[in-house]
Design a protein. Sequence first.
Length: 111
Amino acid sequence: MKFRRVLPKSLFGLLIKRLVILLFIMNFVLILLFGIGNYQGFLPDTQLFLLTLTMYCSILLVLASLGAFIYSALKKRKGIKVYLGYSLITFFGSLLSLLLAFLIQVTQGNM
């Protein structure tokens, strides 16, 4: 009976990958809650809180995906999909944070 040899995975690599996935899902849920709040008529303070929280989470997403990109480059992974995925997440996260910062600044905290 032969046993498969399990290659040890880096704990840091797993943690940073799961952090990127968690922050991406969290941003999606917060945007969904903001959309529901516009339809249901949430209070302006609640809407502003959701915008601010989404902005901070998207900044964390950008930092985590940049860290994952650099970690993948240091480990010399050859798959172009990894680099393309992390760079797209970084790009869209930065666009989202800039858009949300603009919305908060335009409303000046009053919605």
